[in-house]
Design a protein around this ligand. Structure first.
Ligand SMILES: Nc1ncnc2c1ncn2[C@@H]1O[C@H](COP(=O)(O)OP(=O)(O)OP(=O)(O)O)[C@@H](O)[C@H]1O
Ligand SMILES: [Mg+2]
Length: 350
């Protein structure tokens, strides 16, 4: 009795020590399990912001494909792809609806060897920039000057009005969906301005129809950039700026700094033409967004709410223009605001 009392006064008995250690181990194990659970539930949003279709470099997934497949090689392009009909053509590529393993795909062929450098630049960009903002690359063959991409039956943004006027798309021909398209478009520009390669400028866009032809409308009504042949790199810290081509540009779709600044008395000379930065893309956003908003019920209300940000995009001084992210944030705010207004009006009517 005396000894027992002494032991309990001293603290834990020899028999109790392993039990406590076990308890501590169990608690530690519980913590690990809880940590893993929390990690799954609370850190997963980080994963979910990634494109669910994304594959490692050199692989692709499209449509209902479950697994990523490696980009098709020259041999596979030659033997497995069946060219069907021409669906588009530009200065660099002739594009054919084609078939690969019973799937519709787009096969682009170089139009003339003179344009090969642009074609290869575009291919390099497609390879480096694969994301939800860019058309999916399925394969390429430099030897044959061919590129295979995912086919989008709704074609380029030039067809938008025609498509949305079809009766089967009436349900998406609303200011909400159209504003969402404008957000997709600005999202692509924002991605290019913060791309894995640095700040890229969408040069192939000297007028509205040309600009629209460089983007495709997907079947689920989002926008992807397709023609990446002219995306020069700006680097503010090293003082690297760009010029979109070597010829004189005209019109008010392009940014003012893209115009010849020395008047008619001095003939245009590329060497004298000053270079510029990615803010030329920002200047063009109001015109593209306005086209995307179209003329449906509510479009003008959206335009009214975007007036200030669009005015800022048209600042003569490029540095005073907002960033693509600023514009995206404003579009999102306007979408939320107008959605709330419409909802409360509907509630009042009921
Ligand atoms: N994946 C595709 N799915 C459907 N249509 C496509 C696809 N790729 C291209 N097209 C069509 O072909 C047209 C021309 O394609 P693209 O802009 O790549 O050619 P380009 O020769 O590089 O043009 P540019 O004259 O602007 O340099 C597009 O505007 C579009 O209508
Ligand atoms: Mg094009």
């Amino acid at each position: 009795m005396e000894r027992k009392a002494q032991e309990s006064r001293k603290g834990l008995t020899h028999r109790e020590v392993p039990r406590v250690v076990g308890l501590l181990l169990a608690m530690a194990l519980m913590n690990v399990v809880l940590y893993l659970c929390f990690d799954r539930f609370f850190i997963s949003p980080q994963h979910s912001t990634k494109d669910p279709r994304s594959c490692p470099y050199g692989y692709f997934k499209m449509g209902q494909m479950k697994n990523c497949s490696p980009w098709l090689s020259c041999e596979e392009l030659r033997t497995e792809v069946r060219q069907l009909k021409r669906v588009g053509e530009g200065a660099v590529k002739r594009v054919f609806l084609s078939e690969w393993k019973e799937r519709k795909v787009a096969l682009s062929r170089l139009t003339s060897l003179e344009m090969r450098d642009d074609f290869l630049c575009g291919l390099q960009m497609l390879k480096s920039l694969q994301s939800k903002h860019i058309v999916t690359l399925l394969g390429y063959c430099e030897e044959d000057n061919t590129i295979l991409t995912e086919y989008h039956p709704l074609g380029s943004l030039s067809n938008l009005e025609k498509t949305l006027n079809l009766s089967k798309y009436q349900n998406v021909n609303t200011w909400q969906h159209r504003l969402q398209l404008a957000m997709d478009y600005v999202g692509v520009i924002n991605y290019l301005h913060h791309s894995p390669l640095g700040t890229l400028v969408m040069c192939d866009s000297n007028d509205l129809p040309k600009t629209l032809s460089q983007y495709l409308l997907t079947s689920n009504f989002s926008i992807v950039a397709n023609d990446l042949d002219a995306l020069p790199l700006v680097n503010h810290s090293s003082g690297t700026f760009v010029k979109c081509g070597h010829r004189e540009l005209h019109g008010d779709f392009i940014a003012p700094e893209q115009l010849w600044p020395f008047g008619e008395d001095i003939p245009f000379h590329d060497d004298l033409m000053p270079s510029y930065d990615e803010k030329i893309d920002i200047w063009k956003i109001p015109d593209v967004s306005s086209f995307l908003l179209g003329h449906v019920e509510g479009s003008d209300m959206v335009r009214f709410h975007l007036f200030d940000i669009h005015k800022a995009c048209k600042s003569q001084n490029p540095a005073e223009r907002p960033t693509a992210q600023d514009i995206l944030d404003t579009y999102q705010k306007v979408l939320n605001l107008l959605r709330d207004t419409v909802m409360s009006q509907t509630r009042e009517m009921l």
